[in-house]
Design a protein around this ligand. Structure first.
Ligand code: ADP
Ligand code: MG
Length: 562
């Protein structure tokens, strides 16, 4: 942190460059103003800065660059393209090195969507360029106000992002040139819309325990707390790959360098089930390791959500995955400590909860001015120390999110993946399965867990056959439905229609009144059911094998039904 004495006016949250003796200019943000003194949070190592060095203040807040070419990028929190940065400076990143976020030499095939003379407003489409599998909309700069008139619009053809694409006349009669790139302050929510929808359209992820039991919705929020190694990152990859959304933004925030490298290595290798090409073509990764300065870590979360909001303005469905928000909160704690603010619980700042709330509030489904909708769904991983969910970050997150997918150490140790706890987790959303049916299943699961606990004390002999059967039914549902093999081609993701069909079949088995004579027979029977349903999971939806197994399952049910 740096304290600077300002000659002129300095605005809270504006940026400044601290000029080091050797000429390096270090980006920083004004985080507090006291009279003529400005406290600056520097996004770099401050080593080498000396008392008396100059600070150049800018009349701009920390902002993201928006435009075609964002997809497929891997950025740091300040939107430096990391692969380029590494190529320029080698393995160790150099302080004060900032690169253009978007390539300026790449031509984009522009198609105009408006004609000269038309009246437009911020966010309206001026034209489009193809970016990956999408039409990237070139929009009237999102921060401009009032009605504007098109004075000039570029004809169809290739254009680079810094070339003039249109000239607009504002209400004062001033001519204002527009290019394909624009900037937006990352800490301000970007939402230009006719209205905000109540998020309720299920966002199918292909993960059965999520979609069927603890659903998430487009424009909604959820959190995935879990101890180290419980499967947060694998779950993130599966949802990124199979969730029914257009664009994925990953904020790999301050995890250990090894884990970030893992994300960077595995992501480009993931193939997109929609196109068969690399998933990176519709992904943006913002990453910071815990070795990078804390301030940049804090910025990365805001940069990521701003990029997500930008694509939402185009009418696309975006999924933002933040891994992990605990590291982001730690960055907040460090900065707060340096400001010598009065600490709250566990030394986190008192405003921790409101910052968390503000972040998740940026999710949402919006209706654009022309009636199309776009959404940003936010899923945040939380990595509480020792898996203790009582700590402030988890608790602050639970107050604001719509669904809680808690990963359990017991389940991951037992290799019951995905290790989402079916008893502790919850969702306020309605998904693809009738809530009454979900409730029935939950009752079986919790009764089963009770019996299991009781049985640990009184033994199998002391357990009634009815209780024993409930326990077996719960195990059956857990083994064949809640658990899912992320590494099997078919089982990795289950489409909504299949989930609904299989869930109903499961209920038919659960509802059977077996009336077993003894526990051994009960066990054998449910193991047989389990084998059938497990094999069924590996058979492609609608295939011959699928139908054959369905026949056997129906025969199983008919033989035991009354
Ligand atoms: P975290 O990010 O919570 O620290 P990871 O996502 O890296 O944990 O998971 C740790 C390991 O657990 C993985 O390397 C993998 O072997 C196993 N694992 C996690 N989720 C699954 C899953 N859904 N299916 C199979 N194995 C899994
Ligand atoms: Mg991880």
């Amino acid at each position: 942190m740096v304290v600077a004495e300002a000659d002129g006016r300095v605005v809270q949250n504006s940026v400044g460059y601290c000029c080091r003796g050797d000429g390096a200019r270090l980006l920083s943000e004004v985080i507090r103003i006291r009279g003529r003194l400005a406290d600056l949070q520097v996004f770099e190592e401050t080593r080498g800065l000396k008392v008396g060095d100059q600070v150049e203040f800018r009349d701009e807040m920390l902002s993201a660059t928006l435009g075609p070419g964002l997809l497929g990028q891997i950025y740091d929190g300040l939107q430096n393209p990391l692969p380029l940065l590494a190529a320029e400076t080698g393995y160790f990143l150099k302080a004060g090195m900032y690169l253009k976020a978007l390539p300026t030499d790449r031509p984009w095939d522009f198609t105009p969507a408006v004609e000269a003379g038309a009246t437009v407003q911020a966010g309206d489409t001026l034209g489009t360029v193809p970016e990956g599998i999408f039409q990237h909309r070139i929009m009237v700069p999102l921060g401009w106000t009032g009605q504007l008139k098109i004075a000039k619009i570029a004809p169809a053809g290739p254009l680079t992002i810094d070339k003039e694409v249109a000239v607009l006349t504002d209400s004062a009669g001033q001519m204002r040139p527009v290019t394909m790139q624009q900037r937006w302050p990352v800490k301000r929510a970007l939402n230009i819309s006719r209205r905000r929808h109540m998020p309720r359209e299920p966002l199918v992820t292909g993960v059965r325990i999520i979609d069927s039991m603890f659903p998430i919705v487009r424009g909604g929020t959820y959190c995935v707390p879990g101890p180290f190694g419980a499967g947060k990152t694998v779950l993130q990859q599966i949802t990124a790959k199979f969730a029914e959304i257009d664009i994925v933004v990953i904020a790999a925030c301050g995890e250990r360098a090894g884990e970030v490298v893992e994300t960077l290595r595995t992501f480009p290798e993931l193939d997109d089930p929609r196109t068969g090409r690399s998933l990176m073509e519709r992904t943006i990764i913002i990453c910071n390791t815990s070795a990078m300065p804390v301030a940049a870590r804090e910025a990365s979360v805001y940069t990521a959500v701003t990029l997500a909001e930008y694509y939402r303005q185009m009418g696309l469905a975006v999924l933002l995955l933040a891994d992990s928000t605990s590291r982001w909160a730690q960055a907040m704690r460090e900065v707060s400590g340096r400001l010598e603010e009065i600490p709250g619980e566990e030394a986190f700042p008192a405003y921790l909860e409101s910052r968390i709330a503000n972040f998740y509030e940026r999710a949402g489904e919006i209706e654009l001015r022309d009636g199309r909708t776009g959404s940003v769904t936010i899923g945040g991983a939380v990595s509480p120390a020792g898996g203790n969910f009582e700590e402030p970050v988890t608790q602050g997150t639970l107050k604001v999110v719509g669904a809680f997918l808690g990963l359990s150490r017991t389940r991951s140790d037992a290799r019951r993946y995905p290790a989402i706890d079916p008893l502790d987790s919850w969702s306020k959303y309605v998904g693809i399965i009738d809530p009454a049916k979900v409730e029935r299943m939950r009752a079986v699961l919790s009764r089963g867990a009770e019996v299991k606990q009781m049985m640990a004390v009184v033994g199998q002999e002391g357990t009634s056959i009815d209780d024993f059967t409930v326990m077996l039914k719960a195990e059956f549902f857990d083994n064949c439905y809640l658990q899912q093999n992320a590494f099997d081609k078919v089982d990795a993701a289950t489409p909504a229609a299949r989930q609904q069909f299989v869930f109903d079949k499961m209920l038919e088995v659960i509802d059977l009144d077996f009336g077993f004579a003894d526990k051994e027979l009960a066990r054998q029977t449910l193991v047989a059911a389990q084998d059938l349903f497990r094999n069924w999971n590996y058979a492609a939806w609608g295939s011959e094998e699928f139908k054959k197994l369905l026949g056997q399952i129906d025969a199983f049910i008919a033989a035991r039904g009354k």
